[in-house]
Design a protein around this ligand. Structure first.
Ligand SMILES: NC(=O)c1ccc[n+]([C@@H]2O[C@H](COP(=O)([O-])OP(=O)(O)OC[C@H]3O[C@@H](n4cnc5c(N)ncnc54)[C@H](O)[C@@H]3O)[C@@H](O)[C@H]2O)c1
Length: 267
């Protein structure tokens, strides 16, 4: 189940957090992985850690807002590993400001990483994914990191929510376009609840500010209590879902959203 033997994956924003854990899970499932990020030192350390565990991985400097960086990262995957089967559009940023507090620069930053990054990745990895998709029984796969904030409103970051709503519907549109054209590239999104990463910690700080207490521990407790399953999510919880969506076990899924949120949006 959920095997990725012989497949090659490119994961954006994978120096740390959900992306790094996804790289680890993909390699354990048999894939070769290119990690892209703007945090070059941390990205290289992540690759070294994966190599120590016996994996085949490479690091690419990838600012997802840059066309040149995307072209170079895709070329690195195809030249080093022979092709590209999986793209994970994982890089993302969170601002944690309300509509009254957020500036135009905040909005432009969110848009450039969370939206432009997903558009460019999809567009520029598509030819390589299409080529490998022709030879694979269930095609190639793109997995986009949306959020529960792309399904319901956000108490903490309405602008982040607007970008993740865009990722949610872009996923469906891209799935339809590639299917219509016969490209054999499945496109799905994943919608995490609050996950214990650097970004998860940023949400606790934003929540504490919203409560006017600056008590980050209390904010964390409140966040945990909002997940009916009784805990916050881990990067492994999300990596498991991403590996499934990228694998041939999800071969009949495209344009879908996988919610992994401990029941938060079931309420
Ligand atoms: N942590 C959560 O609670 C949560 C919840 C829902 C969705 N998500 C989404 O999951 C994804 C991963 O989040 P995470 O929790 O691991 O966050 P994180 O902050 O730990 O990691 C995000 C990574 O993206 C990278 N990045 C930022 N800007 C970039 C750019 N321009 N180009 C390339 N890389 C860039 C960062 O350097 C970092 O390595 C994001 O898209 C996020 O929106 C996270």
């Amino acid at each position: 189940m959920n095997r990725l033997d012989g497949k090659v994956a490119l994961i954006s924003g994978a120096a740390r957090g959900i992306g790094a854990e996804t790289a680890r899970h993909m390699m354990q499932a048999g894939a070769k992985v290119v990690i892209g990020d703007v945090l070059d030192e941390q990205g290289r350390q992540t690759v070294q850690a994966l190599a120590r565990d016996g994996g085949d991985a490479a690091y690419a400097h990838l600012d997802v807002t840059s066309t040149d960086d995307w072209n170079a990262a895709v070329a690195q995957a195809t030249s080093r590993f022979g092709g590209l089967d999986i793209l994970v559009n994982n890089a993302g940023v969170f601002i944690g400001r309300g509509i009254e507090e957020a500036s135009l620069a905040d909005w432009q930053k969110l848009c450039s990483v969370n939206l432009t990054g997903v558009f460019l990745g999809t567009k520029l990895a598509m030819p390589a994914l299409r080529e490998r998709g022709q030879k694979s029984p269930h095609g190639s796969a793109i997995v986009n990191l949306a959020s529960i904030a792309g399904l319901v409103g956000s108490q903490l970051d309405p602008l982040y929510s607007m970008t993740k709503g865009g990722v949610t519907t872009f996923t469906k549109s891209a799935a339809l376009e590639f299917a219509r054209k016969g490209y054999r590239i499945r496109v799905n999104s994943i919608h995490p609840g609050v996950i214990e990463t650097d970004m998860g910690a940023q949400t606790f700080v934003a929540r504490a500010e919203r409560m006017s207490t600056n008590d980050v521990d209390a904010a964390r407790q409140l966040s945990q209590a909002s997940h009916p399953i009784g805990r916050l999510g881990t990067p492994a919880d999300i990596a498991n879902g991403i590996v499934f969506l990228a694998s041939d076990d999800a071969g009949f899924m495209t344009g879908a959203g996988l919610v992994v949120d401990g029941g938060m949006t079931a309420q």
